[in-house]
Design a protein. Structure first.
Length: 514
């Protein structure tokens, strides 16, 4: 007799591009799930059920490799002729109930979307809680609320190296996934609801209601509270990560908007029952008949455009700390860091290595664009004392946290010494911005392989002519960008903002005097 899985994970979706780039996002979720359960040796403990609700082209056709390579992955395809029997264009309650009915696990968790996943270490925590709940002071039959946290960086969607992704996720702290419009646990799970399968069946699964179909957390909480207590698994370091969403699609939604949906709930029986014989279960035992490829290149932009607003914001960021030590800013600096920001995103760099002058210009912009970056800033000890270096780090850190308090990376300021570069070669995800005009990095090329020097700043003939070179650089979109990125236009913005900053400082001094 086959062993019953400890946990069934159920998610639902439809192949209609409601959210942009659905296919590569699901591909990442499946690959990371497979990586995680194999890493934990939990292949027989977990199953992942994906309910495909009336897709014209079934999702499973795109994931033949993932389904064939992992026995824990199962797609349930509900054909369109069945889903059209329902009143709603996307009936969440019926889709989830089909998942519950076809699940094998002792416990069943319903996810809030197909773009939600467990980080590996967190996943391991959850399985430990379900395996031996008494160790954590639990009875094991509680209703478990799994909060979700929002992941802002979307590079994981396109990354194939799961070890690299897991290393990145390990560096993130629990508080790192803030989202301004949602508290961590707003009323109920907001990410995943976990009950024993027998408990789901006891409360009748997800109730049908037209007005509240797309938000069942509170209803589940109310129904489950009749038969058991509940816990918030965030207390035990267990949470879900939600991939960043971009560009809503056009899926028709027929749910009426009311001030308090709970006041208008009307549970109804299905008028026309979905024929279970037409539902297709696709798994390793019954792989998809068609093999379709995901055209990954179509999801990545080859050309970059910058709006006027972004250029002005970048200039403001770059001049916000330049008064420290009297550093100046030029148009070449702004164009460079705009381009560098795209390179960092594309090549997935997480550790940025700068000298002092570059840090003054660029860290504010980079912190705004990437809230998890780690900075290593080199300062020449022959020019500054240890106290000066400490003052610089304190001033920079204070400035960054004042402007962008959501930043949760790390800033390290270090004296330049020859042996200090040894640690850099151990991490292949560094981005080194090198200044050829300075003697600070005079022996850098000898100590570090050139493939890791990704941005080089050079003076040509004189200090007024600066040229930047970025290895692995992307191209600007030339159309409508010539004026915005021209030297005259950017320098005009810099000059006017500096004048405004000077006037603001003078008015502040006058105000203090009076």
């Amino acid at each position: 007799m086959a062993k019953v899985p400890l946990l069934s994970i159920i998610t639902i979706n439809r192949n209609d591009e409601y959210y942009k780039h659905q296919l590569p996002r699901i591909k990442f979720i499946l690959n990371y799930f497979t990586y995680s359960i194999k890493k934990m040796d939990a292949l027989s403990k977990v199953e992942y059920i994906f309910v495909d609700w009336g897709s014209n082209i079934p999702f499973a056709n795109y994931f033949h490799e993932e389904i064939s390579g992992c026995s824990a992955i199962k797609f349930i395809y509900v054909p369109k002729e069945e889903t059209t029997k329902c009143e709603l264009s996307f009936d969440v309650s019926k889709a989830l109930n089909i998942g519950i009915e076809n699940s094998l696990g002792e416990h069943v968790i319903l996810l809030s979307g197909s773009d939600v996943f467990f980080p590996l270490s967190v996943f391991n925590n959850l399985l430990n809680i379900l395996t031996k709940p008494e160790i954590y002071g639990l009875r094991g039959n509680e209703y478990k609320l799994i909060p979700r946290k929002f992941l802002e960086d979307d590079f994981v969607i396109y990354e194939k190296d799961m070890e690299k992704i897991d290393l990145y996720l390990q560096k993130l702290n629990h508080y790192a996934f803030s989202f301004p419009n949602f508290p961590l646990n707003s009323g109920s799970g907001t990410g995943g609801n976990l009950l024993q399968k027998k408990q789901w069946l006891k409360i009748g699964g997800i109730k049908d209601t037209k007005k509240h179909n797309r938000g069942q957390d509170i209803v589940n909480f109310h129904e489950a509270s009749k038969i058991c207590s509940h816990i918030d698994t965030a207390t035990f370091g267990t949470f879900l990560l939600k991939l960043p969403r971009n560009n809503f699609g056009t899926r028709e939604i027929e749910v009426e908007q009311v001030k308090n949906p709970l006041d208008y709930l009307t549970f109804e029986k299905n008028r026309r029952v979905i024929n279970s014989k037409n539902i297709k279960i696709i798994s390793q035992l019954n792989p998809p008949k068609r093999k379709l490829n995901i055209y990954r290149n179509s999801y990545q932009e080859n050309q970059i455009t910058f709006s006027l607003k972004e250029i002005i914001r970048t200039v403001i960021d770059c001049i916000s700390f330049t008064n420290f030590h009297g550093t100046s800013l030029k148009s070449e600096d702004v164009k460079f860091i705009l381009n560098m920001g795209q390179t960092i995103k594309t090549r997935k760099f997480k550790i940025i290595i700068l000298d002092e002058i570059q840090a003054i210009r660029f860290t504010t912009y980079l912190v705004r664009k990437f809230s998890d970056l780690q900075f290593v800033i080199f300062i020449d000890p022959q020019k500054y004392t240890a106290l000066d270096i400490l003052k610089f780090r304190t001033a920079l850190t204070y400035h960054l946290y004042q402007r962008y308090p959501e930043y949760y990376g790390h800033i390290k300021v270090m004296e330049i010494r020859e042996g200090i570069f040894e640690f850099i070669n151990k991490d292949q995800y560094n981005c080194i911005i090198q200044d050829y005009s300075s003697n600070n990095f005079s022996f850098l090329n000898k100590k570090i392989s050139t493939t890791k020097i990704n941005a080089v700043r050079k003076f040509i003939n004189n200090k007024n002519n600066i040229r930047y070179v970025i290895k692995g650089n992307m191209f600007y979109n030339k159309k409508d960008q010539k004026i915005l990125l021209s030297k005259i236009f950017i320098n005009f913005i810099i000059y006017n903002l500096l004048v405004l900053k000077f006037i603001q400082r003078m008015l502040g001094n006058l105000k203090r005097k009076f």
